[in-house]
Design a protein around this ligand. Structure first.
Ligand SMILES: Cc1cc2nc3c(=O)[nH]c(=O)nc-3n(C[C@H](O)[C@H](O)[C@H](O)COP(=O)(O)OP(=O)(O)OC[C@H]3O[C@@H](n4cnc5c(N)ncnc54)[C@H](O)[C@@H]3O)c2cc1C
Length: 449
């Protein structure tokens, strides 16, 4: 970890500095991966020396100040894996062959292995259908403007998100209730507490060190409201966490041996492109998928699942076999926007509480309007942010949902077991009205509005 963490491009992917940071894949995202690659989990566990953990007995999971995993009625599996192992696994197992229809003598596609190929002349590659999935720094916005004079309406919410992530070896604190928990997640509670901390194991190790828990973990300290944790030295980070995190987390961090650089990330915003609003003026045979179209607050761990749901929806459109290729992008934009709306509400509701919130809207004529909450001193040069009624309602709802879930084993189990139901169960029509119900955790709590 020491030598390979030097540069984000050290294993060939540029523009994705988030790969150093802790990622959690939601249940639904994992299910989609499992459908596509049924052997994924078994191979990881059996051939790559990966461990699985019990969310019930080996974790402490706190959301908005509520401990959620204390009364689970059934256990939920948590698989911890390091990013290098995952990258090696993906390249070795997945990206290596042609996809062919042998009987028709047709090459349908390529399962490819990424190769460094810098310095070669530009190559025109034609395709019947182009998917831009190049992540949050996509040039598509610029290209659409240049080639079609199209401006995609966008909303960006800046809430001062920051991460510092490192790999650490945990040592015994002397408190068995902490030492028996390899997984610790605490997401802060905006605006009372704007700091969170996540610890998840990625590999077991053998050491001669006394008191080592013999586990390497990815450890992340997060913030909103621009209250950034320092990353110049571990001593300074510890000084800082003393003020901002509870004593249990501090006693763990104090006894952690750092195995990697402290990697910062400060560019995360909620960024949504309303591609669906461009209707039929959107060009044919071309779509945006994943972070390109919508990047989220990473703390809610939705991005990977969102991209997987987009991909699944696209595959559904292809498999329906009743649409003309030239209609695909229009159909996809409409359907994908329903997924975006769900994720947007879940992801942004709490961010709206950030004291120094900033909102930037661009309409389809390219007019940009900035709104700002201000930093407490009262004056800003921009109009004040006005919180939508739906967001106010969701904040109220989240507050009571998590309080109830911390008391109810059934509700918290449903929450963890079907995180996806949170996303899937807000049904919204084209005009943004909630049509049917808002439902967190399928069985336990149903609220009609
Ligand atoms: C700090 C942080 C923490 C996060 N934590 C979580 C989490 O816990 N759970 C979660 O679900 N999500 C999390 N996310 C979000 C998650 O990282 C993204 O949603 C996800 O990576 C999006 O996948 P993507 O394929 O759309 O884009 P990316 O993962 O960004 O992939 C884009 C790919 O395109 C390649 N590329 C770019 N330009 C070109 C080009 N011109 N030619 C060829 N290739 C190109 C890049 O190298 C990259 O491999 C986090 C994000 C951040 C910033």
């Amino acid at each position: 970890y020491r030598c390979r963490l030097e540069s984000p491009t050290s294993i060939g992917r540029s523009g994705v500095s988030q790969i150093y940071h802790l990622h959690v894949v939601e249940g639904e995202g994992f299910n989609i991966l499992h459908e596509l690659f049924p052997h994924l989990k078994d191979k990881l566990l059996n051939e790559y020396n990966i461990s699985s953990y019990s969310l019930k007995n080996e974790a402490e999971f706190v959301t908005n100040g509520n401990l959620l995993n204390q009364n689970l009625t059934e256990d939920i599996e948590w698989i911890g894996i390091g990013r290098f192992t995952l990258e090696i696994f993906l390249r070795k197992e997945l990206l290596i062959q042609l996809i062919v229809d042998q009987s028709a003598n047709i090459v349908q596609g390529v399962k490819y292995r990424l190769k460094q190929n810098t310095g070669s002349p530009l190559l025109d590659i034609y395709g019947n259908f182009i998917v831009d999935c190049t992540g949050r720094n996509t040039p598509s916005t610029k290209w659409l403007k240049e080639s079609f004079n199209l401006t995609i309406p966008t909303v960006q919410i800046h809430f001062g998100s920051g991460y510092v992530t490192f790999i650490g070896e945990r040592f015994k604190t002397g408190d068995p209730s902490l030492d028996s928990k390899p997984i610790i997640c605490s997401n802060g509670n905006i605006p009372v507490n704007n700091i969170g901390c996540y610890i998840t194991p990625i590999r077991t190790i053998k050491t001669n060190g006394e008191n080592s828990l013999e586990t390497l973990s990815t450890i992340t300290v997060t913030c909103v409201n621009s209250e950034y944790p320092p990353n110049d030295s571990y001593e300074n980070l510890l000084e800082w966490t003393k003020e901002h995190l509870d004593s249990e987390l501090n006693s763990i961090l104090k006894l952690t041996k750092v195995w990697s650089p402290l990697i910062p990330y400060r560019r995360a915003i909620n960024d949504r492109k309303y591609v669906e609003l461009l209707g039929k003026s959107w060009p044919q045979n071309y779509i945006l998928l994943g972070d390109v179209v919508y990047a989220f607050n990473p703390q809610y761990g939705q991005g990977i699942t969102y991209a997987a749901r987009h991909a699944k929806e696209l595959s559904k459109i292809f498999n329906e076999n009743c649409h003309k290729l030239e209609d695909f992008s229009y159909i996809f934009n409409q359907r994908a926007s329903a997924i975006s709306k769900e994720c947007w509400l879940i992801s942004t509701a709490n961010d709206w509480k950030t004291p120094t919130l900033k909102l930037i809207k661009t309409d389809k004529n390219g007019k940009i309007q900035t709104y700002e909450r201000g930093n407490g001193s009262g004056t800003t040069k921009h109009p004040k942010v006005r919180m939508p009624l739906m967001i106010k309602f969701l904040q109220w709802y989240n507050y009571w949902f998590f309080r109830c879930a911390s008391k109810s084993g059934q509700l918290s189990t449903d929450f963890f077991a079907c995180c996806q139901s949170i996303l899937q169960s807000i049904y919204i029509d084209e005009t943004n009205h909630v049509l049917t119900s808002l439902l967190y955790g399928t069985k336990s709590l149903l609220l009609f509005i």
